[in-house]
Ligand binder design. Structure first.
Ligand code: PA5
Length: 475
């Protein structure tokens, strides 16, 4: 994609928060006074994030990913070419931040039935992201792939995540039994020097590996090799993805929230959360954007769900992310959004130009209830339904705003990801919490180690045994 300044502007995504305001929602909306009152806090959050950009020790290395990867991008493109030539299938083994980004980009920018397309119509090998240890799923993946013709990208920052490492053990055993040199079919994406994948790579005589920098946590890693290698294998324009992120970064330079889209989103959510809106619905009107909601759910929930402020004062912060899909969920959840408790903010993701219009032919001329649809396009229909839902919510006094993409491509996806990442960092700064840790996730990982007998976790094991279910409460 050749990106002139004009094209960048045409591809600029916008935030429309009309339906959050008192002017349109009456007393259920946010008044200008309330918004203005947060201007200083927003500015302080912006200063905090700007001042700490790129600092690995604060896990803010992700802010520089759009700028500091020229070499690694070149290497990834060469590797991706090799993979496309030599393998039928590419499988990501990872979980959480090591899986949600690749899934999201795949779904957003590839054909919705990519794996069903004939090879000649795909830009890369078949693609799977395995982010669970459901034994059925693993077995059934193995039913449809030939491990000898598959490249496995094992993604784990720590190399100590039980799920990913169990998958690795299964795959490496199968490769060995099939007489394949593991090194030929495996690529690691992991920490630079620490972690088990580094050790395994050494044992195997050096596995092709990509580094997940110290300052880049899992949920902020999509623009690192975690997301870039799978995307490049799929033929996605990863340079455009990074340029889109850089463009959003530029749009978010102003410290005034009225001129900074991510800061405005963070401020709106902050105000909403302070008034009890502890559910955040993300509702893309696009099947391609459906997994953005999964990725965002982790980003928002794991970053803001905290029980302590930076100075140690206790708190319970967070907003529960809910995933909805337009128009599908209009026919299930929207009833609740319109008439249920006033505890939600709905964020719509809208597209101005879908890559397909799909005309609706004329027909059923004697049935006016159906005939009116003829001559329109499915694009017009989905956009009308998006507008209608926003209107209905607004009429019912429900907070909602729209992030609008002129079209969906690698550049605008990069913009969107960076918008959400900055929004999360700003919101965390406003709440004065550690946005980038995840002690709650670590606690579950450790308990799993204990249950499966990992040395060093014996004490926790006996604690877990004492917490076994009480017969008294089982009916
Ligand atoms: O965002 C995070 O830090 C987590 O979701 C991790 O990505 C997830 O737990 C996987 O960890 P790892 O990459 O160490 O295997």
């Amino acid at each position: 994609m050749k990106l002139t300044e004009e094209l960048r502007k045409a591809m600029r995504i916008t935030v429309d928060y009309t339906n959050m305001t008192e002017k349109y929602l009456g007393d259920k909306g946010i008044s200008q006074k309330t918004l203005d009152a947060q201007r200083r806090l927003a500015k302080a959050a912006h200063t905090y994030v700007s001042r700490n950009r790129g600092k690995d020790e604060l896990f803010m290395g992700w802010t520089e990913l759009p700028y500091n990867q020229a070499e690694v991008v070149a290497d990834i493109l060469t590797t991706a070419k090799h993979i496309r030539r030599n393998f039928d299938t590419f499988v990501v083994l990872g979980i959480g931040g090591s899986a949600l980004g690749p899934t999201m980009a795949f779904n957003a920018l590839c054909h919705l039935h990519y794996n069903d397309l004939p090879k000649s119509k795909r830009k890369g090998p078949k693609f799977y992201v395995e982010d669970n240890v459901d034994p059925v799923r693993m077995k059934e993946l193995l039913d449809v792939i030939d491990v000898t013709r598959t490249c496995f990208n094992v993604i784990s920052k720590s190399g100590a995540t039980s799920e990913t490492m169990a998958q690795y053990l299964i795959i490496s055993d199968l490769l060995k039994k099939a007489g394949v040199n593991i090194r030929d079919n495996v690529i690691f994406t992991t920490d630079a020097s620490r972690g088990n994948l580094v050790k395994i790579s050494k044992e195997l005589g050096g596995v092709k590996s990509y580094v997940l920098g110290d300052g880049v946590g899992g949920r902020f890693s999509e623009l690192s090799p975690v997301g870039l290698l799978p995307a490049a294998v799929l033929g996605i324009d990863i340079k455009a993805l990074l340029k889109g992120a850089a463009y959003m970064d530029k749009l978010c330079k102003p410290s005034d929230m009225y001129r900074n889209p991510a800061l405005m989103c963070a401020t709106l959510q902050y105000i909403a959360m302070q008034s009890g809106k502890n559910i955040g619905v993300l509702m893309p009107y696009s099947d391609n954007l459906r997994y953005v909601s999964d990725w965002y759910a982790q980003l928002w929930a794991e970053s803001l769900g905290k029980n302590v402020h930076l100075d140690g004062r206790p708190c319970n912060i967070g907003q529960t992310p809910v995933k909805a899909l337009g128009v599908t969920d209009q026919h299930s959840q929207v009833q609740l959004y319109t008439e249920g408790p006033y505890d939600k903010v709905v964020t719509f993701l809208s597209i101005e130009n879908y890559k397909e219009k799909t005309p609706i032919p004329h027909g059923c001329e004697n049935i006016p209830d159906v005939a009116f649809l003829g001559g329109h396009t499915m694009e017009e229909l989905i956009q009308a339904e998006n507008k209608a839902t926003a209107y209905a919510l607004t009429k019912a006094g429900r907070l909602n705003y729209t992030i609008r993409l002129p079209e969906l491509n690698a550049f605008t996806l990069g913009e969107l990801l960076f918008l959400f990442e900055l929004q999360t960092a700003y919101a965390g700064a406003m709440f004065d919490i550690d946005t980038f840790n995840q002690p709650g996730v670590e606690a579950g990982k450790k308990a799993t180690f204990a249950l499966l007998g990992k040395p060093g976790y014996e004490l926790q094991r006996s604690d877990l045994d004492n917490a076994a279910p009480d017969e008294k409460y089982i009916i």
